[in-house]
Design a protein around this ligand. Structure first.
Ligand code: NAI
Length: 351
């Protein structure tokens, strides 16, 4: 319980927060904040980890067994964001730490970002915009390359959750035919959204011009977009990934792009962030190699970002931490099942 003598110590370990106005507005006088500005856990003294009551965790650090063992006072780790693949949920649960996320802040922005990438490729913009900057020789629609009408195109969505559904609605309004694959979605959402469900991922891939990833990173989805996945896509298809980098095998992506089977890829997330520029694909992109020109769009894990979304995300994360510290029920616990009597995942919990 909070008392006059004790102020909660809230640790924000990552390099993100320059000021804590948003969080302070939530906690008022109840907390003092420690900003780690760290890229690695060992940049923060053990004494800080040991005495923190709550952690507002962004996505840069891994909350694995060795880090969690340093948390002696921590009641909750709130992921300031949706994905919680960087937290060992089980180990945190065993230590009595409730892990929460903020699922409801940037759904629309991530969906917009995926669509922005899709539309850019559909209109041939990345390639021609760069060429036409270089020379008037390219000032012609004939230099754009073949474009296919959107209303004759098909989008496959992997993971029909909040973001995947928002993508489906947007894509429909552009006239695309929309398919989805999500083994955990209850029946009927195809009817709700007016889209088509596939229970076989590879069958869906065979039918699409664009595939957009919106599943979380789990043991099941890690490396899901591998050589076999790409082999099932139609030649000339486009991959969009705004979910998590490790869902895509970069070697397979590089090979498929290089042989021209995949037309283009839009990546907001990478297995290593910032990118490992020694990887052949990242190298070719860095060096602007001609075979890749206009075919790879990379953004720095910024799909969620806009002023309003960031503010909402930080406020909601702080509110969740305070709720737990004050003994309330968290709104978005992601390891709650570890605290239940049966000690088994709730039915709706899919990882
Ligand atoms: P959500 O939990 O609402 O939806 C995820 C969907 O994926 C669920 O319907 C689930 O059933 C499905 N799924 C799980 N395993 C699957 C599998 N093996 N195959 C196909 N579908 C599967 O999550 P939300 O809010 O839509 O976010 C999705 C992901 O987007 C997050 O996990 C996060 O990693 C990523 N994200 C990226 C951001 C960015 O800035 N690039 C920002 C926010 C989220």
């Amino acid at each position: 319980m909070h008392s006059k003598q004790h102020k909660y110590q809230i640790l924000i370990p990552d390099r993100v927060a320059e000021s804590v106005e948003i969080e302070r507005a939530v906690f008022g006088e109840k907390a003092e904040f420690v900003l780690g500005h760290a890229a690695h856990a060992n940049e923060i003294p053990d004494s800080v980890w040991e005495t923190s009551d709550a952690i507002l965790a962004w996505h840069e650090l891994d909350y694995d067994e060795s880090l969690l063992s340093k948390l002696h006072c921590c009641k909750t780790i709130v992921r300031v964001g949706v994905g919680y693949d960087n937290v060992d949920l089980k180990s945190a649960g065993q230590r009595g730490i409730v892990v929460c996320n903020v699922p409801d802040y940037g759904t629309g922005e991530v969906a917009d970002h995926a669509l922005a990438m899709l539309l850019s490729f559909a209109r041939g913009i990345p390639g021609i915009a760069e060429k036409v900057r270089q020379s008037n020789e390219f000032w012609s629609w004939k230099k754009v390359g073949n474009l296919k009408r959107l209303s004759d195109s098909v989008l496959g969505i992997i993971g029909l959750g909040r973001i995947g559904s928002a993508v489906a609605l947007r894509a429909k309004s552009f006239g695309l035919r929309v398919l989805f694959y999500d083994p955990y979605k209850p029946a009927g959402y195809d009817k709700t959204l007016g889209i088509e469900r596939f229970h076989d991922l590879h069958k869906m891939l065979e039918a699409v011009d664009y595939v957009s990833l919106h599943a979380p990173l789990t043991d099941e989805t890690r490396g899901m977009a591998d050589q076999r996945f790409f082999a099932h896509l139609k030649p000339g298809a486009v991959l969009i990934n705004t979910a998590r980098g490790a869902i895509v095998e970069m070697d397979a992506l590089e090979r498929t792009l290089r042989v021209g089977r995949l037309k283009a890829a839009g990546l907001d997330v990478l297995p290593e962030e910032p990118p490992d520029r020694s990887h052949p694909l990242m190298k070719a992109w860095t060096n602007d190699e001609s075979w890749l020109a206009g075919r790879l769009l990379v953004t720095p894990h910024s799909a969620f970002w806009c002023v309003e979304a960031l503010t909402e995300m930080r406020r909601k994360a702080a509110e969740e931490a305070l709720r737990v510290l004050e003994g309330g029920e968290p709104l978005n616990p992601v390891n709650a099942y570890l605290f239940s009597k049966e000690n088994k995942p709730a039915a709706t919990h899919h990882i």
